[in-house]
Design a protein around this ligand. Sequence first.
Ligand code: XMP
Length: 511
Amino acid sequence: MSVVSPHEKLLVVDFGGQYTQLIARRTREQSVYSEIAAWDDPCLAEKWASAKAVILSGGPKSVLADGAPTIDPGLLRSGKPVLGICYGQQLMAHLLGGIVVKVISREYGRQLLEPTPDSALLPAPGQVWMSHGDSVRELPDGFAASASTFTCEVAAMQDLSRKLFGVQFHPEVSHTENGTLILRRFLFDQAGFAADWTPANFVEESVEAIRKQVGDGRVLCAVSGGVDSTVAAALIAKAIGDRLTCVFVDHGLMRKDEAARVVATFEDFVPARFVGIDAADQFLDALAGVTDPEEKRKIIGGEFVRVFEKHAGEIGDCSFLAQGTLYPDVIESGSKTASKIKTHHNVGGLPEWMKMELVEPLRWLFKDEVRATGRELNLPSIAIDRQPFPGPGLAVRILGEVTRERVAAVQEADAIFREELERDDLYGGIWQSYAALLDVRSVGVMGDERTYLHPIVLRAVVSEDAMTAHAAAIPFSTLERTATRIVNEVDMVNRVMYDLTSKPPATIEWE
Ligand code: XMP
């Protein structure tokens, strides 16, 4: 199902650059719909033809290397406006007859950019973010240099008559001054986009697309209370009303009081049939004695299916299954290089009988766009601004065996951490924050007694998309207060740590 055909499209050709998704997001922030295609996508020519303009991404390779990623040079002569960023600029120069050379000292980090007076994209001198080992030495016919830095003569180039542009730096990263303005000048002044990618348009078009796909059929949507499944359900409910059945399975691994809240409030903001199932005992019994993280995920995935089988009568016959797949998942699953780090149990693994036709209304959206769609649908902040939460819940935040006692300890510690972050007005700026319980013990002293108990690790990260993340800079006083409360209030715990690792090399969750 595509909801995006009516939109003018910007194509981002991916050469393996670390900022490719960011380019797509930055253009969508300007209300321009963008899609990413790999440089070796067999349908690249078609995608190029259906786009209004193209951005060529950065990439880790040198255009001079054997087997370097490339495209058919004919595409650059198709008359569409093209902006090459970093590797994209070098490739454009290389393919159109310019000369690219290795630079003696690689350029990384901030540089002062000096545009020429006739530069069409670059407004004024400013700091830009550079990271490259090759440089354009000779421009292709028709091009002029439009900016330089102290060490890079062709920091930007342009051929105004063919609307071909290159920049050696990264306008999409926030460290580049005027980066947004540079992208806007390309998108609006040069390519003439209409800025028609808005949440209101998206809601209207996806409601229409869902109605068309589903006809008079029924849709089953498993909801977790999280933002993706709630927004997907709200969109489908808007399209087909109570022919949507939302099923919430409480696996006993939610945060403190959260399952009860979802059951009590879900129907208030999603007008569909709601079936709440308390299966906590079933999941916790199945997890008894299991310590391996992937095994836990497998068991939880299997129990979900069993719950659906057991409650099939209550749920009713549905020929469609809704999934909250997001655009980054779509990009990832198309990528040849992405290796499996963790099995996310909500992807794949369904038995034959559950393989209904999929309805995926969010498959074109980034996370921030899902939230914007939720706001457009008037969903309350409690549903939209909730932190992402893993499908297997607290099972991946309890290292070692998952027992009822350990679940209760993690729930309590997690609730204390949240309260203390909120007290200092920090919670809203954090991507994810939680407490994990470790499967080791250490000696402590409480009152006059020796203790031999478990540590809690506090994890709080800032991130834009969960692909990369950094530890949040939480004031020591907040951490210390949280630690004191956890040790005093949570029975199994006598020590608290704060996890400072970024992703990569760590992941956001501990398992
Ligand atoms: P990691 O730990 O891989 O997590 O850095 C990235 C994001 O995915 C979430 N996550 C999961 N979500 N099932 C899910 O639905 C899972 O098994 C799972 N494991 C991690 C994690 O919370 C973070 O937002």
